[in-house]
Write a protein that binds this ligand. Structure first.
Ligand code: GCB
Length: 600
């Protein structure tokens, strides 16, 4: 699905702004045939939760409604008019003038609907019913329950099976765009780089809605110079003296695609793309043939007031902060990020591990690693959960959305699933096969491994191209005892290296909760000193392993979670506060990362 842009043949209208809003208390039926009885206003795009001080709204689990009016200029009515949502979290029913025009399940992917048959002259009413419910069939996974009050009302509850607040709403832009009736539907770009000759064959395939006499593809460089052209729905254009996209040194070409009928250009779309290669070989992660070292973060889409809603100023700031520290990468933990962020990463040369919303795939939690290793522990995750269908759907949608991004170098198929439990291999094998068959750029695939899935306990590590480990030695275990934590870290990395000598290893999470401003001469846990010593200890061990290809710490910034005795106004493992003030360890990491080159 193409990102909506305006071109010579396409218009784009923003439907963002302040909408009518109501939570559905389900005491009476809301019928979108008439304007909804909304009592509030909500800004879009943003989560609804933090735009109010009303607890019942903030913590509402169930259905809620948004509504606004819009008009389409008469001049556009002979065009294809498309309504597009960057996302609606987590399930949405869309009505135009009371008639259902779209439905989508899954809170982090774009979807759209052609509106022509629903439009009326003058004002049109756009109503959306959304659910933020999660259960054992959805991604992420939630524990759903309901109860009846004495007066017969149904109270729904979602207990997040994951460590971030279940923000919901219209998180990403809502737009109307037009295309001609015959239009360019999709563009797939897969460059093949010849590193020795410094050239590339850029394979471009174009899908159209309706049929064109001719499809023309022109490649344009950053100076606006045409570097190649071809005609056809499937073409390969060779670029001599290619300017590669490199980490922190982005270079973007544009593929200009034209659909032609009767000698006239009918539709035009321009897709920016970078040319680079990615490969895993001999326990290294190669970008453009050179061993790359990941320095960076697990993140969240999480800011004050906007919640999980698109916040472009924060996106720009976050990337500036990363670059200032000598970081080069992050993982879209624990769900796909906005298209705007992905485009920004392409432009800024930030390397991205692109993760699905598969988080919480774990029926029970047990830190008794020795029991897991002995196989002396029953975990029925893969019997209890029924997420395969949602997982396949989101993988198809994610690869379709992000396949052309140079910044995306690896797919993360899940975060911290029960990979130590019987049935894990059988669950994940088809998902890895599917992803590999879908990706035109053949990127490496991984899942992010949870601490209990040690080399002895993990059942499915043979599926991954890169061992991506989340480890908390010195925090959730050996808390305050960095000496033992260091020994455990070293021993486990050694064991993984022996189990899979051909696979590179990286950390995708490691961190310690730290309250900004809390200091301790003894380096007590929660102090800024402890966080720094914790990172120093880990760095020491990483540097002993030549097959260790990256460190992405947890977390870039403090973030909001559900309530719980382990969380004081959220998770405090950020090296920046939620408002992006640096904690003490930023200086240490900046020094370290600035001295490690992108390529080893
Ligand atoms: C993890 C999870 C992450 C949590 C983190 C923590 O392993 O992947 O979502 O926030 O630990 O801080 O506990």
């Amino acid at each position: 699905m193409l990102y909506p842009i305006a071109t010579e043949s396409r218009t784009l209208t923003d439907l963002n702004g302040v909408w009518k809003f109501m939570i559905d208390r389900e005491t009476e039926t809301v019928d979108p045939a008439s304007p909804i009885p909304a009592d509030r206003r909500m800004a879009v795009p943003a989560s609804f939760n933090d735009q109010t001080v009303d607890r019942d709204v903030r913590e509402h689990s169930g259905y809620f409604w948004y509504e606004r009016e819009f008009s389409v200029a008469k001049a556009l009515l002979n065009e294809r008019v498309v309504l597009r949502f960057g996302s609606a979290t987590h399930e949405a029913w869309v009505y135009v003038n009371g008639k259902q025009a779209a439905y989508h399940k899954g809170g982090f992917m774009p979807f759209e609907a052609e509106l022509n048959e629903y439009l009326e002259p003058g004002k049109n009413r756009l109503t959306i019913r959304i659910s933020n419910l999660l259960d054992h069939t959805t991604l992420p996974v939630g524990n759903y329950s309901e109860k009846k009050t004495d007066d017969g009302r149904l109270i729904r509850n979602v207990d997040e099976n994951f460590d971030f607040f279940n923000y919901a709403g219209l998180h990403r832009p809502v737009r109307l765009y037009t295309t001609p009736k015959t239009y360019i539907q999709d563009i797939t770009i897969a460059p093949e780089v010849d590193l020795q000759n410094g050239s590339a064959d850029v394979n471009v395939s174009v899908e159209s809605g309706g049929s064109f006499d001719e499809i023309r593809v022109t490649l344009i460089d950053e100076d606006g110079v045409e570097v190649g052209e071809a005609a056809g729905a499937e073409t390969s254009i060779s670029v001599k003296q290619v300017h590669l996209w490199e980490p922190l040194q982005a270079y973007l070409y544009t593929a200009r695609v034209e659909g032609v009928n009767d000698g006239e250009v009918v539709d035009v779309y321009e897709e920016p793309f970078g040319i680079r290669s990615v490969e895993v070989k001999d326990a290294q992660f190669l970008i453009n043939g050179k061993p790359f070292y990941f320095k960076g973060f697990g993140k969240h889409e999480d800011t004050y007031v906007n919640g999980r809603g698109l916040n472009e100023a924060y996106n720009v700031l976050d990337i500036s902060l990363m670059k200032d520290m000598g970081a080069n990468s992050f993982r879209t933990s624990h769900y796909p990020y906005s298209e705007e962020m992905m485009r920004l990463c392409d432009r800024e040369g930030i390397v991205v591990i692109d993760e699905t919303p598969a988080v919480g795939l774990m029926a029970s939690f047990n830190f008794d690693i020795s029991a897991l290793e002995r196989g002396d522990f029953t975990d029925d995750t893969w019997e209890v959960l029924d997420t395969s269908e949602a997982h396949e759907q989101v993988l198809r949608e994610l690869v379709a959305r992000d396949k052309n991004h140079a910044s995306v170098v690896m797919w993360s198929i899940a975060n911290e699933a029960a990979n130590y439990a019987d049935g894990a291999y059988e669950y994940f094998k088809p998902l890895f096969d599917l992803t590999r068959s879908l990706d035109p750029q053949n990127r490496p695939c991984t899942y992010v491994n949870i601490m209990m899935a040690t080399p002895k306990a993990d059942r499915s590590s043979e599926l991954v191209d890169v061992l991506a480990l989340n480890r908390y030695y010195g925090w959730y275990v050996q808390n305050g005892d960095l000496k033992t934590a260091e020994e455990k870290t070293r021993a486990e990395l050694k064991e993984w290296s022996e189990k899979h000598p051909e696979k590179p290893i990286m950390y995708t999470e490691y961190g310690a909760d730290t309250v900004a401003g809390f200091h301790s001469p003894y380096g007590e846990p929660f102090s800024e000193e402890y966080q720094q010593e914790y990172y120093q200890m880990n760095s020491r061990v990483f540097d002993e392993f030549p097959n260790f290809v990256g460190e992405q710490l947890w977390n870039f910034a403090d973030f909001q979670t559900k309530f719980g005795i382990m969380r004081a106004q959220g998770n405090k493992k950020g090296i920046f506060t939620r408002s992006r003030e640096p904690k003490m360890t930023v200086q240490y990491l900046k020094q370290r990362w600035s001295s490690i080159p992108e390529f080893g």
